[in-house]
Design a protein around this ligand. Structure first.
Ligand SMILES: C[S@@+](CC[C@H](N)C(=O)[O-])C[C@H]1O[C@@H](n2cnc3c(N)ncnc32)[C@H](O)[C@@H]1O
Length: 270
């Protein structure tokens, strides 16, 4: 195994990065942002950080802050910046999030550590040829969208690298289904879990079979959520309560740095 050291100043770096991140509008919670920061610093592999879906730059600022502090950047940020729902195109046709995104990364002092692509993920994926150590998927939350995001960049994820999906435990059809079917269902992945609504897994192509039991047990619980969200319709009443009950049964608490390293930097279970 590669060995990874937790930087002595990681807490201070995450605190500072969160101070910058919290200023940026978006739906990434504090614990999720701190977990992303941990990923930016402590994935035991070499390669780029690729972010699909930047919006106004909330997760970009966290990732770039931490990666730049340890010279582990840049962050490749991919977004066409034309989300009709988030930008309310009905009221503001043609609105873009790009200006706000640029302002966010500039104000946070990380613009030199971000490689921005104003493009759809599939367009960038078609000519992508660099190794990836962290693939952060927070773009199109439909099933087809999340599947294309994973399929387009997964061939470049390096051994011991990590894939993470946002909103897997929020009521969207794509992230949870792709994570359960394509990641937890694959013997090419090792340790895996949820932190708040982020689903994550480490690519361990040679030894993933040794983690099968753990992945299957997580998949059994997580897969119960899929029927509630697959239509993409908002949940109400009894369906909403049952969804929340099933979500409660999926372990998703925060991971501290020591625990993280023991998960992703240790040999497979016997
Ligand atoms: C939930 S927001 C991202 C939030 C952001 N990560 C943050 O921390 O605030 C989803 C973003 O994905 C973008 N998006 C949608 N489809 C996409 C695609 N196919 N490729 C890249 N980005 C996409 C949208 O334009 C939108 O800005």
């Amino acid at each position: 195994m590669a060995t990874i050291k937790i930087p002595a100043d990681l807490d201070a770096v995450l605190n500072k990065a969160w101070e910058e991140t919290r200023k940026v509008p978006g739906h990434l919670g504090e614990n999720e942002a701190r977990f992303l920061g941990l990923l930016a610093a402590c994935v035991p592999a070499k390669g780029a950080i690729v972010e699909i879906g930047s919006f106004k730059g909330r997760s970009t600022v966290m990732l770039a802050n931490v990666a730049s502090r340890y010279s582990l950047g840049p962050v490749v940020a991919i977004d066409p910046h034309n989300s009709p729902i988030l930008l309310n195109h009905e009221a503001n046709p043609g609105a873009s999030s790009y200006r706000d995104f640029l302002d966010s990364i500039f104000a946070a002092g990380v613009s030199n550590h971000v490689e921005s692509h104003v493009a759809y993920s599939t367009d960038v994926a078609s000519s992508w040829n660099r190794p990836i150590r962290l693939l952060w998927i927070d773009g199109d939350h439909s099933y087809g969208g999340a599947k294309k995001d994973l399929d387009g960049f997964f061939p470049h994820l390096v051994r011991l690298g990590v894939v993470a999906f946002h909103d897997a435990l929020n009521a969207f059809p794509g992230p949870i289904r792709v994570f359960v079917e394509d990641v937890l269902g694959s013997d090419r992945f090792g340790p895996a879990g949820f932190v708040h609504s982020i689903a994550w897994a480490q690519f361990r192509p040679e030894e993933g079979h040794a983690f099968r039991e753990k992945r299957s047990s997580l998949a059994r619980r997580a897969s119960r959520l899929i029927p509630f969200v697959e239509s993409g319709n908002e949940l109400h009443g009894m369906a909403k309560r049952r969804y929340k009950f099933n979500r409660f049964r999926v372990p998703h608490s925060a991971i501290d740095p020591g625990h993280w390293v023991s998960l992703v930097d240790s040999p497979p279970p016997r």
